[in-house]
Design a protein around this ligand. Structure first.
Ligand SMILES: Nc1ncnc2c1ncn2[C@@H]1O[C@H](COP(=O)(O)OP(=O)(O)OP(=O)(O)O)[C@@H](O)[C@H]1O
Ligand SMILES: [Mg+2]
Length: 329
């Protein structure tokens, strides 16, 4: 959150984004290691944060920048999104400009480059990234962030200290949400928060977003939470996957189109949530299902027509569901 922004209009996820490592909820093991690492920042290696969405990775990276660089953190921290930027060349150019920009009057141990969604980069791009990291490693530290550390090439992994973030448990989520309700003076029913936590599946950002929407309906009670959680993109993707596995291809496809066209869900996000759903369902033929997901993931990356591809994916899910006589619970 930018401190100058008005407190009124910003989303709760930004408003309640922790500013200090001590305020990060859970992730205890990672926090302890990190805190001791930045005590003498000169020795801090590059960092790699891996873990599910909404568990505090980006927030932690920003907290580190604030702690290590103090009041200079804004000027000497570069945040890039690897999947937004048009390829590795843009990343290289921006890193170059940033690393060159010199202000010798300030005493900082190094500049910080936060590279979000690094695991979405192709391995060629990662190889180039590795060279960039080497070229600039004297004056800069990289904090790479991604959902899966296994998608980061080995030579980069071995140059980073790796930190794993885990989904937040119900108790932590419920306590955090209750705190927000109190600060916002929003009325809430204690029984509603565990329901909300379950819907969010350990993703605190998702939980806070549901909470904020539910609060606009008046009170945060079970009914309002159900209403709001039900219309979240993630829950809808789950419905689509279930329909597809049941072989109801047309219904699944109609809902998919509504999701992407009306709700504006991106095809990549659809795939990401669909994959989460499939893993959670614990299908006996998960291996086969994962291969299918990976195939379409690749096709979308290389730019095949998304709607055609996702429809084909739904059809394949229908076959996978039929093989095991799938029935949704
Ligand atoms: N461990 C946490 N402690 C406190 N707040 C958190 C935590 N995790 C997430 N949040 C809340 O969720 C928001 C999003 O967190 P953050 O951006 O750090 O997630 P992320 O792990 O980077 O997710 P993604 O993989 O989707 O980028 C934060 O602004 C904060 O409000
Ligand atoms: Mg993030």
């Amino acid at each position: 959150m930018s401190e100058e922004e008005s407190q009124e209009s910003i989303m709760w996820t930004e408003k309640y984004r922790p500013m200090r490592l001590d305020d990060i909820v859970n992730q205890k093991a990672a926090m302890e290691r990190l805190k001791s690492m930045i005590k003498s920042p000169g020795n801090m290696p590059h960092l790699l944060f891996a873990g599910p969405p909404g568990t505090g990775k980006t927030t932690t990276a920003l907290c580190i920048a604030r702690t290590v660089l103090n009041k200079y953190w804004r000027d000497f921290t570069l945040e890039l999104n690897a999947s937004d930027e048009r390829g590795i060349n843009t990343v290289r150019d921006r890193v170059k400009t940033f690393a060159r920009y010199a202000d010798r009057r300030v005493e900082i141990p190094f500049r910080i480059i936060i590279l979000d969604e690094a695991d979405e980069m192709t391995s060629d791009a990662q190889t180039a990234l590795r060279r960039i990291m080497e070229t600039y490693s004297r004056g800069t530290r990289f904090i790479l962030i991604g959902n899966y550390s296994s998608r980061i090439i080995e030579p980069i992994q071995s140059r980073c200290a790796i930190f794993r973030f885990s989904r937040l448990n119900e108790e932590d989520v419920v306590n955090y949400l209750a705190e927000i309700c109190e600060k916002e003076a929003v009325k809430f029913d204690k029984a509603a928060l565990p329901i909300l936590s379950e819907a969010a599946e350990g993703d605190l950002r998702h939980a806070i977003n549901i909470l904020e929407s539910a609060s606009t309906l008046g009170e945060v009670n079970s009914e309002n939470v159900r209403k709001t959680a039900g219309i979240s993109g993630k829950a809808k993707v789950k419905d689509v996957v279930n329909l597809a596995l049941e072989g109801k291809l047309n219904d699944a496809r109609m809902q998919l189109i509504e999701l992407t066209r009306v709700y504006g869900l991106s095809e990549r996000d659809f795939l990401k949530y669909a994959n989460e759903t499939i893993v959670k369902l614990g299908l006996p033929n998960l291996g086969e299902a994962s291969e299918v997901m990976a195939k379409y993931d690749y096709r979308l990356i290389v730019g095949a027509h998304p709607e055609i591809q996702l429809t084909a994916l739904l059809a394949e899910l229908g076959r996978i569901g039929r093989d095991i006589g799938f029935k949704s619970k």
